[in-house]
Unconditional design. Structure first.
Length: 58
């Protein structure tokens, strides 16, 4: 099983009950990465996810 060392913030699709995007902060590297499961995520939602991640994960 793959184990990550860090924190993450997810963007959830409440209707589908699943994560559609994630920003992960790695304790090991000190870097943030963005991952998206869906292609049609509104740009404003992605912007909000990234801004909130910078506030909460750094």
């Amino acid at each position: 099983m793959f184990q990550r060392d860090g924190m993450y913030l997810e963007l959830l699709d409440i209707d589908a009950r699943k994560a559609v995007a994630e920003v992960f902060y790695s304790d090991e590297t000190g870097r943030m990465t963005f991952w998206a499961r869906e292609e049609d995520i509104p740009f404003e939602a992605v912007e909000l996810l990234i801004e909130r991640s910078k506030q909460l994960l750094l």
